[in-house]
Design a protein around this ligand. Structure first.
Ligand code: GLP
Length: 283
């Protein structure tokens, strides 16, 4: 007789404080996956579910999107769902977290290029509904540009969902240590460590722009739902501080402890300093 084992899907639905573990040391609902691929697929499924729910209600779905290596597999899965399962993005409006400054859209290191390469070129989203901070805005126009970016998010009724990665400095978007929690979309000077880490994508450290434009902490915190995805050993200390550490602008991701619907999905490597106390283990 043939026995087939059907692996149960990991439940990543949000559980408020006190309801996801018996002994609570971590201050945000988190799930540790043995396989980062599964985590990415679960994120893509949740995004697809939200898009379809809004479609049924004839409403727009406003997504906050991220760049970096962490979300690549999520976008790949969304593209697959579009091609194979008919997932449509016609009711979707997107706002990206950040962009280098200055940065040409055609530069392959731009987040504009990244998003089109990994997602927008392969789905049926209306290009008018895609918003990515413009790295070509001149210095005397950035303040007005940032205010307008913020206004556009508000005009669409705010972000329904925000996808996040995390930098080793604890940055979310490009909100580096010291950024005030009250910040809205603004220009930031990048942390030296961030430039060093991201230099791997450029020919040299000097080529990494010194500035960026990013949604502020407040913009991110206003999102109705947040999912942070982190993989790899290099993120384990940042994840530990995000979940256990004091809430301080010195470690921007710590602010997520105050969000009412935030979840953190990690692989074993990124969650290695949490395992003893984890509420959900998807192994
Ligand atoms: C960049 C982005 C962040 C992202 C971070 C992590 O710095 N501005 O939004 O979270 O990279 O990237 P990765 O997922 O490649 O580690």
């Amino acid at each position: 007789m043939k026995t087939s084992i059907v692996k149960k899907k990991t439940d990543i639905s949000h559980k408020p404080i006190g309801q996801f573990e018996e002994t609570r040391f971590e201050k945000i609902h988190n799930v540790i996956f043995s396989d980062s691929n599964e985590a990415s697929i679960r994120v893509a499924e949740e995004i697809a579910e939200l898009i379809r729910k809004k479609q049924n209600q004839n409403r727009t779905c406003v997504l906050g999107l991220a760049t970096g290596s962490s979300p690549i597999r999520v976008y790949e899965e969304l593209v697959r769902m579009h091609n194979e399962e008919g997932l449509s993005f016609q009711n979707v409006v997107t706002f990206n977290l950040d962009e280098y400054l200055p940065m040409e859209k055609s530069n392959i290191q731009s987040y504009h290029y990244f998003m089109h390469e990994h997602l927008f070129n392969h789905i049926d989203i209306d290009p008018e509904n895609v918003h990515i901070p413009d790295g070509t805005v001149s210095p005397d126009e950035t303040v007005a540009y940032c205010i307008d970016y913020e206004k556009k998010i508000k005009d669409f009724g705010g972000l329904d969902f925000q996808l996040l990665g995390i930098g080793r400095t604890g940055h979310i978007g490009f909100n580096e240590p010291g950024n005030p929690f009250e910040s809205r979309t603004h220009v930031v000077k990048l942390h030296r460590e961030t430039r060093e880490v991201n230099a791997r994508f450029f020919d040299s450290l000097e080529e990494v722009p010194e500035y960026s434009m990013t949604m502020g902490i407040k913009t991110i915190m206003r999102s109705k739902r947040i999912l942070l995805l982190a993989t790899g050993e290099k993120k384990c200390e940042a994840i530990r501080k995000t979940l256990y550490g004091p809430i301080t602008p010195d470690f921007p991701a710590s602010v997520l402890q105050l969000h009412p619907d935030c979840r953190i999905l990690v692989d074993k490597a990124a969650g290695q300093l949490l395992e003893m106390n984890s509420g959900t283990m998807a192994v």
